[in-house]
Ligand binder design. Structure first.
Ligand code: PMP
Length: 384
């Protein structure tokens, strides 16, 4: 029996067969009419997923390159900017701004907390831009970007949001909420392999990008905007990934964004209930806001990295370990992307087996999977 692997991570996430099939088709030349057609459709679909009438800029690179583009294109040395952080990916904004010679002001909260919108707004006074994370993948917290946008607006600072692990999985209305820049990547809720990065930029963002003096070349928003205005790309794009993304966005928009968000909430609820039924503690919030990643605190004396290794190597179930100070302390179950109810049942069963090998016994054998199935049954009865 060949090894069967289950990717139940917060990215990269599994790729639907329709997406793999689209990527297996003969390679298009990037200056061909067929590619132009494909690119035009993808850019239009991206606008719908970003809920914006602005152009969505597409780059070859991982999500971090879109984050970097939002520093390089908006800032000049000496600018006052604020980074609000409560986890590993908030910290990444700090590292990127520093690498551009800009020392950001910091609003930091303990990892695992939800960002405080009023405190961010108070700290943002006098700043040119505020950088935040939407879904903080390292802790499982989805920050309230809507509230942060409302609070920051009176300060006049631009709001830049890392939506790498949220876009397509949880509501984010760039235009309606007044978010100036949203950046994301292909490999999470967008169900495409890693390698494409996106930035949606408001008019205010563009005005600042024209003034900024930080160096940039492949990530220069203006070069990409000018090429995309002619439905082409500035450089050779990852044609295969664009074909895959087209198929994935087709699937997502056919399901409907609201239904995809509801599916994520349902999977997260079952995961939380299953984790508690296993007698384990949640690290991520025990409420429906936390719908992209469930973070499970490991029982005392159990090393999360060892459990993560056992899950992967003995059971073929790939979850995610903890990052930074949470390494060994938590294990994370992803809900985003091409994920369904049985993935949650699998994750909970495998977690139970791996923890049993490390000496942990749940109150009842199979309690986690049983509770998840019960939750799905209840939700179906109430037509949620
Ligand atoms: N931000 C968030 C919220 C993420 O989850 C990730 C990836 N885990 C990144 C940024 C970085 O993306 P990439 O690894 O694609 O550069």
């Amino acid at each position: 029996m060949p090894e069967k692997t289950y990717l139940i991570t917060p990215g990269p996430t599994p790729v639907p067969p329709e997406v793999s099939a689209a990527m297996a088709r003969p390679l298009l030349h990037h200056r061909s009419p067929d590619f132009k057609l494909l690119l035009g459709r993808v850019l239009e679909r991206l606008q719908r997923v970003f809920a914006t009438s602005s152009d969505v800029l597409m780059f070859a690179g991982s999500g971090t390159s879109a984050m970097e583009s939002a520093v390089a294109n908006l800032l000049s040395p000496g600018d006052r900017v604020l980074v609000a952080s409560a986890g590993n990916f908030g910290e990444r904004w700090i590292a990127i701004t520093r690498s551009y010679g800009i020392e950001p002001e910091l609003h930091q909260q303990p990892w695992g907390e939800r960002l405080d919108a009023a405190a961010i707004a108070a700290a943002a006074e006098g700043c040119a831009a505020v950088y935040v994370t939407h879904s903080e993948t390292s802790t499982g917290v989805v920050h309230d970007v809507h509230a942060i946008a409302e609070a920051v607006r009176p300060t006049g600072a631009l709001l830049v949001v890392d939506a790498v692990s949220s876009l397509g999985g949880v509501e984010l209305a760039a235009d309606d909420w007044g978010v100036d820049v949203v950046v994301s990547g292909s490999q999470k809720a967008l169900m495409t392999p890693p390698g494409l990065a996106f930035a949606a930029v408001s008019e205010r963002g563009w005005a600042r990008a024209e003034e900024a003096t930080s160096p940039r070349f492949t990530l220069d928003w203006r070069t990409t905007r000018d090429a995309q205005a002619k439905t082409t790309t500035a450089f050779t794009p990852p044609v295969t990934l664009v074909a895959g993304l087209d198929a994935a966005l087709g699937l997502l928009l056919t399901e409907g964004l609201e239904r995809a968000w509801a599916r994520n909430r349902m999977l997260a609820l079952a995961a939380r209930e299953g984790v508690k039924a296993l007698g384990l503690e949640l690290f991520s919030p025990d409420d429906q806001s936390s719908s992209m990643v469930t973070a499970v605190r490991m029982p005392e004396r159990i090393d999360g990295q060892q459990a993560y290794g056992l899950l992967r190597d003995r059971h073929g179930v790939v979850l995610a370990g903890g990052q930074g100070p949470l390494r060994g302390v938590i294990i994370r179950i992803g809900h985003m992307g091409y994920m369904n109810r049985f993935d949650m049942v699998t994750a909970l069963s495998a977690l139970e087996l791996a923890l049993a090998e490390l000496g942990y016994r749940p109150p009842q054998p199979g309690a986690g999977a049983a509770r998840a199935v019960e939750v799905f049954g209840e939700l179906e009865l109430s037509h949620v």
